[in-house]
Structures are given as C-alpha cells and as structure tokens.
Ligand binder design. Sequence first.
Ligand SMILES: Nc1nc2c(ncn2[C@@H]2O[C@H](COP(=O)(O)OP(=O)(O)O)[C@@H](O)[C@H]2O)c(=O)[nH]1
Ligand SMILES: [Mg+2]
Length: 197
Amino acid sequence: MKIKSAEFLTSATTLRNCPRADWPEFAMIGRSNVGKSSLINMLTERRNLAKVSATPGKTRLLNFFTINNRWLLVDLPGYGYAKVAQEKRADFNEAVAGYIEGRETLLCVFVLIDSRIEPQRIDIDFLQWLGERDMPHALIFTKTDKQSPAATRANIDRFKQALSAWRAELPPTFLSSSQTKAGRGEILRFIEQTMAA
Ligand SMILES: Nc1nc2c(ncn2[C@@H]2O[C@H](COP(=O)(O)OP(=O)(O)O)[C@@H](O)[C@H]2O)c(=O)[nH]1
Ligand SMILES: [Mg+2]
C-alpha cells in the first residue's frame, strides 16, 4: 500500500469522545517506550506525525490519524506507567479497555513488544485479555536494529513459548525497526489485506 496522505485527526480520552466510527481502524498498543509513535511515523513516512517521547508514560490520550482518507491508525496510551499514580493508571486502562471492547470499526490491535526484552507478564496478560474478547490482534517486535537477528529470533521464540502455554493459535507476527524501516512493507500489506477481507 502506498501512503498518499497521513494526517492527525483528533485525540480522545474515552470511547465516548472518539471520532465518528466511519472508517476501518487499526490500533497500536504496548508498554511505554516500546516504539508505538516511532512505528506510526515509520509506516507513514512522516517524521513527526506521532510524538516520539524520551520520557515514558507521557502520552495519555488515544490519538487518531487518518491515512489515505480511508482508514484510521490509532496510537493508544502505553500500558504500565511507573510514574503515574495507581488510581490514574486504573482510569487509564479503563479508557483503553472501553475503546477496544466498544469500537465497532476496530479491525485489529497491533501489540508492540520490544524485541530485546524477555517476555513480560503485562504483555502476556494483555494478549490473554484480547484473546478472551475475540479481538483480532497481531504482534510487532520492535527495535530489531538494536541487536543481531539471531538474538531477535531467540527472544521471539521465548515469547511465543510463553504464549503457547495458554493458547493454541499464535497471532500473526511482524518484526520492525523504525530506524531501518524493516517490517514496513509486511505490516502495510497486512493492513491492506485485513481491510479487503
Ligand atoms: N533504535 C531504535 N530506537 C527506537 C525504535 N523505535 C523507537 N525507538 C526509540 O525508543 C524511544 C521511544 O519511542 P516512542 O516511539 O516514543 O515509544 P512509545 O512510547 O511506544 O510511543 C525513542 O527514543 C525512540 O527514538 C527502533 O525501531 N529502533
Ligand atoms: Mg508514543
């Protein structure tokens, strides 16, 4: 898929103030700092479309982007904020949960995992939560430029091993780097195919 246009549409705090659900939608989620905003910029080839932050946990909004005037990409808040008060975190996850459970045009949630980090409880728990809700999802292992392909493969195998302990089917998996643009073609092709299905 060629990206002809990519524009910021709006931000929302909960499902209720999301923009009208007129277009097929894809969302990015993952722990703070995993590379969600960088991936959105890489996919759209726009340097500053999504704000890349050096401080984890800063983005607390659902940010909507219109792509090619025909589908939406959503930058969801990262889960797990070390620096945010416990009650705020609960609020926050509730907004994301409400969005994922109630957004009828949401076709797929991309769950981003740092390819350098061993399987984390919070990621596994979230994938289990998606599975329980029959929400279609895919995995994107980010920052693959930061280590050797062999180290990436070994870590992905460990993650899949951890997932297979409780589910038979593994979700579609992609490797990405917003530095080298690895994964861009595959992810965009997957989005195109999902919209066509
Ligand atoms: N080397 C490398 N750094 C990355 C990559 N993706 C993100 N980063 C860096 O990781 C940090 C967090 O990225 P960001 O996109 O803001 O993560 P977010 O919190 O998930 O939106 C920033 O310093 C990025 O420059 C990648 O693929 N490769
Ligand atoms: Mg971000």
